[in-house]
Design a protein around this ligand. Structure first.
Ligand code: SF4
Ligand code: SF4
Ligand code: FES
Length: 251
């Protein structure tokens, strides 16, 4: 175990932990926008900055990806940290003024009106959707496209993603709820090229992807995207027929 102090509290932590993990384990609040305990830290939003003192030198670091060290002194709040966080959230508020998560964070940090040009984006570029798709789902269906002010998350070549299984994990993890997913009935012409039709389809709006939904062989209600069920069946070694029934008809 390593010894460190956070805001003057003497704490112990397992080697390999990050400052954010240790702080949260000890109920010390550090705001975050791109961190999720199930995902590898990425250090994108910089809202989680803290000050560390090592060998007598202090600097600001992102706590979500900074590993704790013996003797480390961490400060999670002071004038400089607060001012930097306010600036970050002000920029995000100008970018995504209608995103509830951003507005709530701005209010929490004492920011009301941003001084910057208002845009009407809804994505804060936290990358959680990209990481959940790659690290947890194993699909790598989406990625970052373009740079600078045009940067966005998208499917490859901004067309239908051949790798998206329609699982909805990206929707679940998105802090600003800006990824659209709909199940629709009567999905004729499912890929908009006349190649395939289906009674039901899952539409992943942001990724320009539509996936046929498998229907229950007893009641005819949609279960899940066929592609998702095929991938799951293969991963866990189930025969695809085991996934022919909806939950209600299984019981
Ligand atoms: S719905 Fe598609 S893009 Fe989203 S996590 Fe699942 S596979 Fe990835
Ligand atoms: S779509 Fe959502 S999860 Fe993905 S980068 Fe944007 S805000 Fe983050
Ligand atoms: S939570 Fe650490 S940089 Fe976003």
């Amino acid at each position: 175990m390593l010894k460190l102090t956070i805001d003057g509290k003497e704490l112990t932590a397992a080697e390999g932990s990050t400052i954010l993990q240790v702080a949260r384990n000890n109920r010390i609040d550090i705001p975050t926008f791109c961190n999720h305990e199930a995902l590898e830290p990425w250090g994108a939003c910089r809202l989680c900055i803290v000050e560390v003192v090592e060998d007598g030198r202090s600097r600001l670091v992102t706590s979500c990806n900074f590993p704790v060290k013996n003797g480390l002194k961490v400060t999670t709040k002071n004038k400089s940290i607060d001012a930097t966080r306010k600036m970050i959230v002000e920029l995000l508020l100008a970018r995504c003024p209608n995103a509830r998560a951003v507005r709530d964070m701005a209010e929490k940090l004492g920011v009301s009106e941003p001084r910057f040009t208002i845009e009407n984006e809804s994505c804060i570029l936290c990358g959680m959707c990209v990481r959940v798709c790659r690290e947890i789902v194993g699909a790598q269906a989406i990625t970052f496209a373009y740079r600078g002010s045009k940067k966005q998350v998208a499917s490859p070549f901004l067309t239908r993603s051949a790798d998206c299984i329609g699982c909805g994990a990206c929707v679940y993890v998105c802090p600003t709820q800006c990824i659209g997913m709909d199940d629709v009935a009567g999905a004729q012409d499912i890929y908009a090229d006349g190649a395939e039709t289906a009674d039901y389809a899952r539409v992943m709006k942001n990724w320009r992807t539509r996936l046929p939904l498998k229907v229950c062989t007893v009641c005819g209600n949609p279960i899940a995207p066929e592609f998702q069920l095929q991938v799951l069946a293969k991963r866990v070694g189930l025969s695809p027929e085991r996934l022919d029934l909806c939950q209600t008809c299984k019981e």
